[in-house]
Design a protein around this ligand. Sequence first.
Ligand code: ADP
Ligand code: ZN
Length: 609
Amino acid sequence: MSSLISGSLDVLQQVFGYDSFRGDQQAIIEHVQEGGDALVLMPTGGGKSLCYQIPALLRPGVGVVISPLIALMQNQVDALIELGVKAAFLNSTQDWREAREVEQAFLAGELDLLYVAPERLLTDRCLDMLSQGRVALFAIDEAHCVSQWGHDFRPEYLQLSILADRWPDVPRIALTATATSETRREIAQRLQLTEARHFVSSFDRPNIRYRIVEKNEVRRQLLDFIQSEHPGDCGIVYCLSRARVEETAAFLCKSGIEALPYHAGLSATVRAENQSRFLREDGIVMVATIAFGMGIDKPDVRFVAHIDLPKSVEGYYQETGRAGRDGQPATAWLAYGLQDVVQQRRMIDDSPGEDVFRRRLGAQLDAMLGLCETVSCRRQRLLAYFDQQIEPCGNCDTCLEPPEAWDGTVAAQKIMSAVYRLWRERGQRFGAGHLIDILRGKQTERVQQYDHQSLSVFGVGADLSEQAWRGVLRQLLAQSLLSVDHEGYGTLALTDGSRAVLKGEKTLMFRRESEKKRAARAKTGSSRSKPEIVLPPEAQRRFEALRAWRAEVARSHGVPAYVIFHDATLREVALNCPQTLEELGRISGVGSRKREAYGDELLRCVRAV
Ligand code: ADP
Ligand code: ZN
């Protein structure tokens, strides 16, 4: 780096074009710059990259970044080069000639940052090369990949403790967005970072609006949500299975939305192609399994939707965190229903392995269900999961449109006694649909076949709609006050917890969407709680012109548009109308290299509109 730049703030302003550090960034950077080890926990989008990039620029030698995300290294390196940083990567996508060039650049001390995949790093050739050059620091990105419990487990990560042995004097910084205290202990221990200083940031992402809705016709609900709240926006839709990814992507495409599928069953070529389109084009919706997303640093993802219940709060928080990294308003939307609970409980019961493993999955699911059914602030619940406390947030569905809590004890007793009687009196078990028919007194074929109209509970629940009953059942299953017996049929049975409810020793309060809200939505087709970014018309026109200019530049450089400038930066330019290069330089996201390269064109573009 240029010798004119001395401190970390200088680098932030001149290279990255940002005014000030966020959260713990400065403390982390200074600690590592002075040679200390660090374990950094920050939510997705919190700004982890700068925590190793800046000390790498300030310390002599090359910063070596270990990242499991080969498919994204090219992007990360391209973005750094745009900023004027000398960066390169080593991974299996290169041929030997390209790799040798990078190695030579490293040895000649010509690099600031080198990205390496863990399996590559652990080869003798690479370790030898690193010993012959000068390493400024090791950054271990996505450090939760050492955790055998998580779904991102990478066996090679376990061997990274070798770095501590071979380079005891080189600082190491491990970073992750996945952070229960358990995961954190595991990372510290396995990476030999027990002596490292821990930096735990607030996990709050205030610009993300959390919403969890009752599922009925999920595809139509998803389409409504996208069309009414995020038309033309870039987003991610998560599904649990490959088949569901395929059918949902096809459905969205048919409805006029540019959607692409992504799951582990697609060939590597198709996955790479779809990922690259998602990153490069505007307004693509990626429909994916959880195989997609780690390390995707696209800043302008405006929504993350889940149409199946995620398996844990930890996973859900990471996935939703991919929305709104640029700090602008974004939505996390989840639709969930009775069937999700039934299906997930079944998957857990059927999963192979030891009981302790199943218990752990069960506890994770319970926490997720607790979040879905809560009548208090969603964000409070989410952050409590990471041991952090906040006041009610004012930017989630429960804060904005408080649900009604209602006493569902009697309803629960009715269902439970129906289950009990069928079993005691007739030795029969049935699934949710038929039980609801009995309670509502519906004369179906099956009711007649089994003479269920003669049961004393027949018709005792006519006061609640079918949907309301599904809600009751869902909440009972969520709290394990009823269980589903699988064997492939999904029949309902009482649990140990049912007794207290039946005996009237326990009151149950359930969540219900307020009727007013339901009515309002039926009228307008959507929720009124839509996060918006509004520019005055003049500025909006300039913004559009700037985006068109950016698209051209990005295409000719072969990089995603956000690598040139973020939307947030262009929006600020459109709003403030800078007249000189100096004024332009004061806008967040315009560093010295970009001002030099694009400043004149930007000013011309602003003047022309
Ligand atoms: P993550 O923690 O998920 O790795 P990133 O490092 O990708 O997050 O940062 C998220 C976004 O925030 C990026 O677009 C980055 O440029 C931006 N950012 C990071 N630090 C700052 C800062 N101090 N000021 C302004 N923007 C920042
Ligand atoms: Zn809230």
